[in-house]
Ligand binder design. Sequence first.
Ligand code: ADP
Ligand code: MG
Length: 597
Amino acid sequence: MSGFILGIDLGTTNSLVGVVDSGFPILLADAAGERLTPSAVHVAADGTLTVGAAALRRRVLEPSRTITSVKRLIGHRAGEAGWEPPYDLKALGLTPVEVSAAILGHLKSVAESALEQEVTRAVITVPAFFNDAQRAATREAGERAGLTVERILSEPTAAALAYGLDKLEGRRRIAVYDLGGGTFDVSVLELREGVFEVLATAGDTRLGGDDLDRSLAVAIWKKAAPEGSPDWENLEMGKRVRLIEAAEGVKKTLSTQAVAPVELPFFLEAWSLAVEVTRAELDALARPWVEATRKHCLRALSDAGLKPAELDEVVLVGGSTRMPLVRERVAEWFGREPCTTQHPDEAIALGAVIQGGVLSGSLRQVLLLDVTPLSLGIETFGGLMNVIIPRNSTLPCKAGELFTNAVSGQASMLIRVLQGERELAKDNWELGRVEVPFTPGPKGSARVGVQFALNVDGLLEVLTRDTVTGVDTVLAIQRTAVDVNDEAVEKMIAESVEFALEDMSERQWTEAALKGRELIEAVKAALDQLGEAISTEESAALSALAEAVERELQATTHQVAALKAANQALDDATQELAVRLIEQAMEASLARRGLAD
Ligand code: ADP
Ligand code: MG
């Protein structure tokens, strides 16, 4: 068996494969001499799969049998999330993992033909912002294609490797801005003496050039459609696909020219479509789309604790960074001309190749320190998210916490493993759950340790232990990976910034409510205990304060400040009561002693 480890960029739009050969990282070409393989799979009626450019050629004829951008469906249930593909995977009898496996299998055979030997090991890249399930699904696709996946590597980290391999001396801090066909990633890294450390990463796994192609296609149709023709929604699928393909071509032309023609002969029977689109028209559509990447840039910088001026370079990769508007906006946000020395289509694959070379020992050692893009935690009392491993923690890492029972006599505890940035458990993504049994006892008597371990690929393993009995339960998150509801995580990614304040007040309310209920219980207990020893006025005053808290708890709109104030008033009153109780007890005991004397 060969010692080669392939480096693979499994892109939304295009994929590439390469290897370190005789000490040089190179990308491999297929029989047609192409290094870029479209990430497209055609499914024939008899189930035969065709991958790459050949699949794409069949798309206009059979759009519903040609699978593109399947990466957008990785880690989601078919048909569930926001992006609607022009095909029905289920009807074709395939899963996203199987389609990805077909693409990976094709790349494997391209490499084997070029190298004239069998190769079974690979490094595969994923968007930095892929969560646990999406990484696991990618690994599974590799295994199905007959590859041992030596490492799952984040795409911007790979791009940084390609950028930094000849700059191993000294120290520099860079941002990698990667805008491709389906995803956007931005990472801030520090490169020093052969160590590549990711300081922070952010992005959106559903933002890319594909979105722009579609909105441009709609705009072209609006502009060109003849009187009485169907509007976009009612246009048949094959025609829409033709328009989207034309829009992509126009978009690319407009990266270097001011005007681009669109010509689709015999688009509606005898009628041919012919219009011109200007760069200004495209820019108007593209502006909000580019602006959507800005908040991720700001977040990555602030997580890394850096100002734009403290960066040495902003490296652009991904096909969409060829657009002048993207370059112009990035230059403005970061206050410098971005670095465009890296090949936008090839840098990530090259980085994967380099990592493969390092792992196989054919390249000099560099050390990669990647981070986890999303926080991991479990649900605690009141439906709150309790973070165990915060986002942007360096991989691999381990962390644990001890939990106890909230209710007396409880015989088990449900641990819900969550990933995401929202304060409330329900807004985060549930990766899995495990029921931990323990010996029933009073409230607070159980001791359950929960340990999270993230490996170098960013995949999670959860260990729970009843520290009283020493019984361990290991939750293998990977297995639950592909079949999960993505909506929560999508919402979470998009909303974590916008909802930060709202989340905070909801969290504060939940905490205040817990405190309020505890106080009411305590007051009831104290009043019972005191009985005759407290005056009716005092008792009534305390009850009134307790009722005030109760009213806030029942209120339809949650008023954090009012609840806190009511809690405070009740707390103050019970403090006085406690002092009185202690004084009374002491007096009583003194009096008893006096009697005894
Ligand atoms: P992915 O990593 O998602 O596979 P790529 O980095 O290969 O994506 O980029 C593909 C995207 O780049 C597509 O949306 C494509 O239309 C866009 N693209 C490629 N070349 C150009 C260009 N010259 N101008 C504008 N966009 C381009
Ligand atoms: Mg890419």
